[in-house]
Design a protein. Structure first.
Length: 608
C-alpha cells in the first residue's frame, strides 16, 4: 500500500509557512522539485526541509506523511524525527561549555575523571583525551552497545559493560566512534553532576528555545519510521543517547540550532561555536579534517560543515556554509530504496550550484620524478569492527585499490565510484584530475581522504574480504549439495538393497555440519537483506540472532572432528574412492565456513 501512495504524496502537504525567498530567489521551487522527484523515486513517506540564510528561515516546509497509515502529515513545526548522530553536536557543545567553565580539560587523560571503570591502557604513555573523543581519534574499535530495546541502562554502566578494544594509538587516524562520543557524554555527566539528558535539556536546548526536542528515547509522538521495503518499524531504544541512539527533534528546532551556530550565538556557550567549527584535526595539512564533531568538507571550493544522523527508518542531514551564512537541514522518515533517506548532499550541492559563484579547481603541477609505487595495494576503511559481529558489514564491501602510474600519479578504484586518476603534487599528496578532491598517505600503509571521518588502512591478501566471501560461497554450495545429497544417496542404497560401507558417524557429522552452514547462511542472509531490521537485532542481542551465532559456533568443533575423520578415512580406506573424495570436499567446505565464522566473529560467546 505504501509503495502505491508514493508518487501521489510527494507534494500533498502545502508549505507550512509562507517562505520569504528574497535572499535566495527561486529556492522554494528548486527544493519542491527535488524533494518531489526524490520522494517518488526513492519511495520515501515524509520529508522536512529547512534552509536558513541571512539570519532567517527562507524555506521551511513539510512534505508527505509522518504516519502513512493514519494519514498524519509532516509538519515542520511539530513532527519529530530521530536525529541520530546529529546529537553528537549537542554532546560536543556540552563538553566544551564545561571546558570553558574549567570543569573539564581537553587534553587530560579521560581516566582522571572516571571512577567506576577505567579505559584500558592499550598504549602506555598515550592516553585517550576529550580532544580525541570529540574528533573521532581516540582509537576505539568500531562497535555498538547492546541494549534490550526495553530498558536503557545508565550511561556509565553501559560504557563499563561494553568497552571496545583500542586498535590504534590515539591521534593517529580518524575512526568514527559512537563509543568515544558516548564517553564524552559521560564526562559531561561527571563534571556537571547531573544526568547527561538533563544537562542537555537545561544547557543546550532550553537556551535556544528548542522546546520540541527530546533527548530521552521515546519522544517521537506520531511519527513512524519506514524501512527499505516500505514497512513501518518499531523504534528501539539503546544505551548511548549521547551518540544519537534515541533523541528526536523537529525541523523548527534544528533550524534554531543552525541559526545559533551560524551566528556564533553566545547561548551556545561563549566561544563554543568557534571551537566546534574550527578545524581541530587533520590527517595532513593539505586535507580538510574535523572540527569538534563538525565534519569539515568542501564542495567546488566552498567551505562546508556537515553532520548527519542515521537510524533504522530515519535519516537527517545538516549542512552549514559558514562563510555565506547559509544552513540546510533535511529530515526523512524512510530509508528509501537506497537505504539513506532523501540524499541531503544532492540537495545541498544543487543549492550551491544555483546560488554561489562558480569556481574552478586549483591547478596543480605533477611532482617531477616522483614515484607512487609504495602506495600500491588494497586499503580498508577504519570504520571496521575487529572484535564484534559488525565486521560482517565489510564482507561484501570492496576495499579501495590503488595502482601507481608511470608519471608518479595513482589510479584508485572504490573511492566513490569507478576508476579515478590522481596527480601527485606534493610527496604523498594527490589531487583528483579535473576535480577538487584530495587524498594523502600521511603514514606508511594509511590512505586519508579530505573531509572524511575515517582513514583507510592497507591490507594484505589474508585480510581481503573477497577471500572470505569466496570461502563462504564455496562452503555454502558444497553444504547445500551435501544436505540434499546424503539423504538421497542413503535412500538409493536402501532401495537397491545395498549396505553402507564403512562407519556412518563421519557421514552423519558431515551432514549435520552442512545443515548448520545452510541454516546459518539462509537465516543470517535474510537478516542482512534488510539492514534496517538487522541493526536493531544486533543492538538488542535478539534470540534469533543468538541462535544463529550458536549454530555458527558449533561448526568449529564439527570441522575439527571432520578433519580427523577424513584423515583416518583415507588412511584406512573407508568407503570407495569417490565417496572419500566427496566426503573430503564436504569437510573442506565446513572448515572453510568455520574459518569465516572465526574471522568475522560469527563463532564465539553469544551476546549476554
Amino acid at each position: 500500500m505504501l509503495v502505491k501512495l508514493m508518487t501521489a504524496l510527494a507534494l500533498v502537504i502545502a508549505p507550512s509557512q509562507a517562505a520569504d525567498l528574497s535572499a535566495l530567489p527561486g529556492l522554494g521551487g528548486l527544493i519542491d522539485e527535488h524533494v518531489a522527484t526524490t520522494m517518488a523515486e526513492e519511495k520515501i513517506p515524509g520529508v522536512a526541509v529547512t534552509v536558513v540564510a541571512g539570519g532567517k528561515r527562507v524555506v521551511h516546509r513539510g512534505y508527505g506523511w509522518a504516519d502513512v497509515e493514519r494519514r498524519i502529515p509532516v509538519d515542520p513545526e511539530r513532527t519529530r524525527f530521530l536525529i541520530g548522530s546529529e546529537t553528537k553536536l549537542f554532546t560536543a557543545q556540552a563538553a566544551l561549555q564545561l571546558v570553558r567553565a574549567g570543569k573539564l580539560e581537553l587534553d587530560a587523560d579521560v581516566n582522571t575523571y572516571l571512577n567506576t571503570f577505567k579505559i584500558r591502557d592499550a598504549y602506555p604513555g598515550r592516553p585517550a583525551t576529550l580532544r580525541h573523543l570529540l574528533t573521532h581519534t581516540a582509537g576505539f574499535d568500531e562497535d555498538y552497545v547492546v541494549g534490550s530495546g526495553a530498558h536503557v541502562r545508565p550511561l556509565g554502566e553501559a560504557l563499563a559493560a561494553s568497552q571496545p578494544a583500542r586498535v590504534r594509538p590515539p591521534g593517529t587516524g580518524l575512526a568514527y566512534s559512537n563509543y568515544g562520543v558516548a564517553l564524552a557524554g559521560y564526562l559531561v555527566e561527571i563534571a556537571s553532576r547531573m544526568p547527561f539528558e538533563e544537562y542537555i535539556e537545561r544547557q543546550v536546548l532550553e537556551p535556544l528555545g528548542m522546546r520540541d526536542s527530546v533527548i530521552a528515547c521515546g519522544g517521537l509522538r506520531d511519527t513512524r519510521a519506514y524501512l527499505v521495503d516500505g514497512s513501518p518499524t518499531r523504534v528501539n531504544c539503546a544505551d548511548f543517547a549521547a551518540s544519537g541512539a534515541g533523541p528526536s527533534s523537529t525541523a523548527s528546532d534544528m533550524a534554531a540550532y543552525m541559526q545559533a551556530q551560524l551566528s556564533r550565538d553566545v547561548r551556545l556557550g561563549r566561544g563554543v561555536a568557534d571551537d566546534m567549527q574550527r578545524q581541530q584535526y587533520t590527517e595532513h595539512p593539505s586535507l580538510s579534517g574535523m572540527g569538534f564533531m563538525w565534519e569539515q568538507r568542501s564542495y567546488k571550493g566552498h567551505r562546508m560543515l556537515f553532520k548527519g544522523g542515521d537510524m533504522p527508518g530515519m535519516h537527517s542531514y545538516m549542512f552549514l556554509l559558514p562563510d555565506q551564512g547559509i544552513g540546510v537541514h533535511v529530515m526523512a522518515n524512510g530509508d528509501g530504496t537506497g537505504g539513506h533517506g532523501l540524499d541531503g548532499f544532492a540537495l545541498a550541492e544543487k543549492i550551491i550550484d544555483r546560488y554561489l559563484p562558480e569556481t574552478r579547481p586549483p591547478t596543480v603541477k605533477a611532482l617531477p620524478d616522483a614515484s607512487s609505487l609504495r602506495y600500491e595495494g588494497w586499503y580498508q576503511s577504519s570504520r571496521v569492527s575487529h572484535g564484534s559481529l559488525l565486521k560482517v558489514r565489510t564482507l561484501t564491501d570492496s576495499p579501495v585499490h590503488v595502482t601507481a602510474t608511470a608519471d608518479g600519479g595513482i589510479v584508485t578504484t572504490g573511492l566513490g565510484g569507478g576508476q579515478q586518476r590522481w596527480t601527485q603534487f606534493e610527496p604523498g599528496v594527490f589531487q583528483k584530475e579535473g576535480g577538487w578532491s584530495r587524498i594523502a598517505f600521511p603514514e606508511p600503509g594509511q590512505l586519508a581522504l579530505s573531509g572524511s571521518t575515517v582513514v583507510f588502512d592497507q591490507i594484505g591478501l589474508l585480510d581481503h574480504p573477497w577471500l572470505y566471501l569466496g570461502l563462504l560461497v564455496w562452503a555454502t554450495v558444497v553444504s547445500l549439495i551435501a544436505l540434499l545429497g546424503y539423504p538421497v544417496a542413503l535412500a538409493v542404497r536402501r532401495a537397491r538393497g545395498r549396505t553402507t560401507r564403512g562407519p556412518w558417524v563421519p557421514r552423519l557429522l558431515a551432514w549435520l555440519g552442512s545443515t548448520l552452514v545452510v541454516v546459518f547462511v539462509v537465516g543470517f542472509g535474510t537478516l542482512l537483506a534488510d539492514q534496517g531490521r538487522a541493526l536493531p537485532l544486533v543492538l538488542q542481542g535478539a534470540p534469533v540472532l543468538i541462535t544463529l551465532l550458536v549454530l555458527a559456533s558449533l561448526t568449529v568443533p564439527l570441522a575439527a572432528a571432520l578433519l580427523v575423520c577424513t584423515t583416518i578415512a583415507w588412511r584406512r580406506r573407508w568407503w570407495r574412492t569417490g565417496a572419500r573424495i566427496g566426503h573430503t570436499l564436504v569437510t573442506m567446505g565446513i572448515i572453510a565456513f568455520a574459518a569465516v565464522a572465526i574471522v568475522y566473529n560469527f563463532a564465539g560467546p553469544p551476546y549476554t
